[in-house]
Design a protein around this ligand. Structure first.
Ligand code: NAD
Length: 289
């Protein structure tokens, strides 16, 4: 397949490389010269702007920083420039409202479009083991799946346009909440005189068990290898968790849902980010407790 890839940063760079490995012809564009040079090394053909990149392709994939940029790139440079019938796939994490709006503009212009945000960080993007949560029509999903399966381990249809973003922010709001809860439990266990490993051995097979404990333990030396064992470097940055919690709170306000734990998690990560911890893994929140 001929695929245009726009946004070759930490995530997009590895994803585009995996499309090349799967045998696709990848036409790539990014505003950054460094990102373009790396994409070229990985076998992508690079272009000077997005409009040229999307000429003569079967699919367009994007991995961009935010909703404003996604809207601008798709409405100015992709829709009306990519061949009629091209399937459009935005993998960025953005707000539900913008995802729906851009999906509607694309659909009115005769394109199949999906929002397909990911679970999994840079390591999963490089390894081709991302999980994609996809919003769009059944037909758009089937077409997008053919491309997404070469970059991930799971491609799940969440519902209509915007449903992928809705699933992503609901999931990440829960992740933020249970990471803070896990950190509080470990901090309290220690203050009460329990050894962290002993508490892990008990709680990981009891009703307090959750992903933040058994797959991403915030305590160094306990559970599987995690960013905690590496000085909280790598993994999922606090700034990105905060971005997702902000998107979740925007969606909660629009939908009229009282997500008080989500709101508190956002406040806690906001303070942690402002204290100079933006680039640390989000499990480093335990160091504040
Ligand atoms: P990044 O900043 O490393 O990459 C974004 C890239 O987009 C940059 O290379 C930038 O130059 C490029 N870009 C910006 N505006 C552009 C434009 N108008 N045209 C072309 N290129 C443009 O960010 P990232 O970490 O790769 O994240 C990308 C998306 O993936 C974000 O929406 C993020 O929330 C989401 N995400 C990231 C992670 C993670 O662990 N990094 C995990 C899950 C989801």
């Amino acid at each position: 397949m001929k695929i245009a890839f726009i946004g070759l940063g930490n995530m997009g760079g590895g994803m585009a490389a995996n499309l090349v490995k799967a045998g696709h012809e990848v036409r790539a564009f990014d505003l950054s010269e460094v990102a373009l040079a790396q994409a070229k090394e990985h076998g992508c053909r690079t272009f000077a702007n997005a409009q040229e990149t999307v000429q003569d392709v079967d699919a367009v994939v994007s991995m961009l920083p935010n909703g404003g940029i996604v809207e601008r790139v798709f409405t100015s440079d992709v829709i009306g420039h990519a061949p009629a019938g091209t399937v459009l796939i935005d993998c960025s994490t953005i707000d539900v409202a913008t995802a729906r709006k851009v999906g509607e503009v694309a659909s009115a212009a005769g394109y199949d479009m999906v929002d397909a945000p990911v679970s999994g960080g840079i390591a999963a993007a490089n390894a081709g083991t991302l999980t994609f949560m996809v919003g769009g029509t059944e037909q758009a999903f089937k077409r997008a799946e053919e491309v997404l399966k070469d970059m991930g381990k799971a491609v799940i249809h969440a519902g209509g346009a915007g449903a992928g973003q809705a699933a992503k922010i609901c999931n990440n709001m829960l992740l933020g909440i249970h990471m803070i809860g896990t950190c509080e439990a470990f901090a309290m266990a220690q203050k009460l005189g329990l050894d962290p490993q002993t508490f892990y051995d008990i709680s990981s097979v009891s009703s307090g068990q959750c992903w933040s404990m058994t797959s991403y333990c915030p305590v160094p030396g306990v559970g599987p290898a995690t960013p905690a064992d590496n000085g909280y470097q790598g993994g999922f940055a606090t700034a990105l968790m905060l971005k997702d919690l902000k998107l979740a709170m925007e969606a909660a306000a629009t939908a009229g849902v009282d997500t008080r734990m989500g709101r508190r998690a956002k406040e806690i990560y906001e303070a942690f980010d402002a204290a100079g911890n933006a680039t640390k893994d989000f499990s480093a929140i335990i160091t504040e407790l």
